[in-house]
Design a protein around this ligand. Structure first.
Ligand code: PGA
Ligand code: ZN
Length: 429
């Protein structure tokens, strides 16, 4: 069997992500004939500590964002390194890939070049073995459906001119199944359009992750609108559907604090913590992501101290799917949950190490897509196989988003056994 899953060929090419920006695409062919294809996603509000995407900055094509050099690296150095390896042994494949690059942020060959081969290899292996990808990733553990965290209102770098806060999300914490979870959040998004239209707002701007980019007067107005939408969808705020916030505060950071353009004021770290703690008191918030900037460790510790006992304090730009930063956050009590983005780490193995470090620290984990994503569905399988407990891929529209929801609905229906839906925010009703 192992012979059939040996890597025979790696081909790569330049494709497009959901924002029309070039992305590395890769096809791995195995000795047994099966193939796996993957297209690497890319962020907009990227953290400076993330693994480095290689882009053809000096070339004029695609405004300097082409990925021809990364494609070439996948097809040459990386392809040669993994030739003949067993694709089902993804840890060994990834060890070889990162050794070929030789740097901690994969800057030599490009994190996008490495991740393309890493992902296409496991997709090919699952196909050759005729098992679903989540089963391959589960390593014999029982798979678990993740609780979805779904973008309803978008702002920041994903919706120019809308609210400062990047995402206001709905979390269907009381749903009995994944299908019901999606039905509920879909109802909330439709209701949010109706509320917006009633308020005379233009609800036609669909942001990068499929959320509504509404021109509101304040960030709090976004929370109020989301509350009304949950209500209008005939759902109970706080028991059926809770709220999550991704402030993406690194994008708001200025010399003397955090700039809220919409509200024309600049907050110190302490004022930001105060504002977020007030929001947690007034709204059924279960998770706050990137409430402070990527290196504001003191601010993060303050926020965790204030709300960490009852709310998920979720590190994205702060932790960048990095084992060392997660361990540091645990020591400093600077967060209690980690957003895992495979392209922040650069390969599956390093994403998995970050997951293991999070579990060891007692942190919750949320697997996440990027704002520039692709039609691929491997992320959904990863969440189920690794039992990440939560997943965040954007809203209930735009095909690169629904592809992941649809894959999870598919898994729920066809798993053969009834898979449990994770309950990171258990309701006691
Ligand atoms: P990004 O946004 O992909 O643009 O970084 C997603 C997030 O901040 O969670
Ligand atoms: Zn984020």
């Amino acid at each position: 069997m192992i012979d059939a899953t040996r890597i025979r060929q790696v081909r790569a090419w330049e494709a497009l992500d959901s924002r029309g920006v070039p992305a590395v695409a890769c096809e791995v062919t195995l000795a047994g004939g099966a193939t796996g294809v993957a297209v690497v996603p890319s962020g907009a509000s990227t953290g400076t500590h993330e693994a480095l995407e290689l882009r053809d900055r000096k070339a004029l094509r695609y405004g300097g964002r082409g990925v021809r050099a990364a494609v070439e690296n996948s097809e040459t150095m990386l392809a040669e390194a993994v030739a003949g390896l067993d694709a089902a042994d993804w840890r060994a494949v990834d060890n070889t890939l990162v050794a070929a690059d030789g740097t901690p942020d994969l800057r030599t060959l490009g994190a996008n070049a490495v991740l393309a081969v890493s992902l296409a290899s496991v997709v090919a292996a699952a196909s050759e073995l005729r098992i679903p990808l989540y089963e391959l990733m589960a390593d014999g553990r029982v798979p678990l459906l993740p609780m979805p965290m779904v973008n309803i209102l978008s702002g920041g770098a994903h919706a120019g001119g809308a609210i400062d806060v990047q995402d206001l999300l709905a979390v269907p914490i009381g749903a009995a199944s994944f299908a019901e979870a999606i039905e509920w959040v879909s109802a909330v998004r439709s209701a949010a359009v109706r509320v917006a239209v009633e308020e005379g707002l233009n609800a036609s701007l669909v942001a990068d992750e499929g959320g509504l980019g509404l021109l509101l007067d304040s960030n709090r107005a976004g929370l109020d609108l989301l509350m009304r939408a949950i209500d209008l969808a005939s759902l109970q705020p706080g028991t059926d559907v809770a709220i999550a916030v991704d402030v993406a505060a690194t994008e708001l950071a200025v010399d003397d604090g955090y700039r809220l353009l919409l509200e024309d004021r600049t907050l110190s770290a302490i004022e930001m913590v105060e504002m977020l703690a007030d929001w947690c008191n007034e709204y059924p918030i279960v998770s706050i992501e990137d409430g402070l900037g990527e290196d504001d460790w003191a601010g993060w510790s303050e926020l965790t101290d204030r709300v960490g006992g009852r709310v998920q304090v979720l590190g994205d730009d702060l932790l960048v799917t990095d084992t060392k930063r997660i361990t540091m956050a645990a020591e400093r009590r600077a967060a209690n949950a980690v957003l895992l983005k495979p392209n922040q780490a650069g390969c599956l193995l390093w994403t998995r190490r970050a997951y293991d470090a999070a579990v060891k620290a007692g942190f919750q984990t949320v697997l996440s897509a990027r704002s520039g994503d692709t039609e691929d569905v491997w992320l959904a399988d990863l969440a189920v196989g690794w039992r990440t407990g939560q997943i965040k891929v954007g809203s209930t529209m735009r095909s690169e988003r629904t592809a992941k929801w649809n894959r999870l609905l598919h898994i729920e229906r066809t798993a053969g056994v009834e898979l449990e839906l994770a309950r990171p925010f258990a309701v006691t009703a």
